[in-house]
Design a protein around this ligand. Structure first.
Ligand SMILES: NC(=O)c1ccc[n+]([C@@H]2O[C@H](COP(=O)([O-])OP(=O)(O)OC[C@H]3O[C@@H](n4cnc5c(N)ncnc54)[C@H](OP(=O)(O)O)[C@@H]3O)[C@@H](O)[C@H]2O)c1
Length: 314
């Protein structure tokens, strides 16, 4: 991993460096043969994930990226040539908060005069479905921020994050172990429904690096990460690799919502999967050609080969 401290190297400021996306961006830029200075943002520079980057030459800045902290964010973005932004809906589950924080960071990046803003946006599933699937706040909020950033005129690349490969193993819609030791993976959509799966920690940064280094994906571009695969194919491969009996079940919407154990957010997740089935994760947009990247990203099968699957199974 080489990170420059030469003042002639572009300064890249990375929000969420201790997280999956931001960490992946830092590693992908460090892998490049081009030199970058990297400033990583976290609320807690003393945490081990942050300190690991400090040991590799990343400058850490402790800052809270909240809408009321414009001065702190301005200081954190000062001198940046490139800013990478991600918002974290999961931490507060508040659409308006996500939008306010995203817009504030866009404003501050523009004010700092960045040459490139890279934003981890998503589609509006409300807009794609003509209002039918209107509850998916973390997609719609990110789309609002994208529109705001486009209107602002800041040089912008939107790098959409695909469906995390790890989603199948953790959280409210993960596969569930049965009393006989087999597993069931249930969603409110047919097994043929496809999503662009990505090993986010390993590969998301590859797409961001391409936005920085490959003129074909430069300012004005929209990048869609991941490799399309159906839930049925994912389960079949996982079953083969793990040697476990794993069955895909199409649940009714009602059963799925109950199974999430989250009456408030279950309908949002059901809308999300149903929108994927009807309109696609990225709507009509194709996933980005992988020959534009510095290396091939991992497919689902590659991810399973590289992972201790037995440790991931609940
Ligand atoms: N799961 C999926 O399939 C999927 C797909 C596409 C997009 N997404 C989106 O991905 C986003 C999460 O990204 P991720 O996976 O990289 O998250 P993550 O691994 O949970 O990391 C979150 C990062 O955000 C930082 N952060 C959170 N709140 C902050 C604040 N107030 N001030 C400063 N830093 C803050 C954290 O830093 P510290 O804790 O160190 O301060 C951490 O580095 C979500 O918005 C989600 O909607 C998820």
């Amino acid at each position: 991993m080489t990170i420059s401290n030469d003042s002639s190297a572009p300064l890249v400021v990375i929000a969420g460096i201790t997280g999956l996306q931001g960490g992946s961006v830092a590693r992908a830029l460090a892998e490049s043969d081009k030199p970058y200075r990297i400033r990583g943002l976290t609320r807690d520079p003393s945490k081990p994930t942050a300190q690991a980057f400090a040991g590799q030459g990343v400058q850490l800045v402790g800052v809270s990226l909240t809408a009321d902290n414009v001065a702190g964010v301005a200081k954190a973005f000062q001198g940046a040539d490139i800013v990478f932004l991600v918002t974290n809906f999961n931490e507060h589950m508040d659409k308006q908060r996500e939008i306010s924080e995203g817009k504030m960071m866009v404003d501050v990046a523009k004010e700092a005069g960045v040459k490139l803003l890279i934003w981890s946006g998503l589609e509006s599933l409300s807009a794609l479905s003509g209002g039918k699937f209107s509850r998916v706040e973390f997609f719609d909020a990110k789309s609002d921020i994208t529109e705001y950033a486009k209107q602002s005129g800041v040089p912008l690349v939107v790098v959409q994050a695909g469906y995390y490969a790890t989603n199948i193993f953790e959280g409210s819609y993960a596969l569930k172990k049965q009393p006989d030791g087999s597993y069931v993976f249930g969603l409110p959509v047919p097994a043929t429904t496809s999503v662009p799966v990505i090993d986010v920690a390993h590969d998301y940064g590859l797409y961001v690096r391409a936005a920085v280094e490959n003129p074909a994906l430069g300012a004005g571009s929209e990048v869609q990460s991941g490799t399309l695969i159906s839930f049925g194919e994912m389960v079949a491969k996982l079953s083969e690799v793990s040697g476990k009996k794993i069955t895909y079940v199409q649940m009714t919407r009602e059963v799925f919502i109950e199974a999430t154990g989250m009456p408030e957010y279950g309908p949002m997740l059901a809308d999300m999967f149903q929108a994927f089935e009807v309109h696609g994760y990225y709507g009509p947009r194709p996933t980005t050609r992988t020959d534009l990247l510095a290396r091939e990203p991992r497919s689902w099968a590659d991810f399973l080969d590289a992972t201790a699957v037995k440790d991931l199974l609940p």
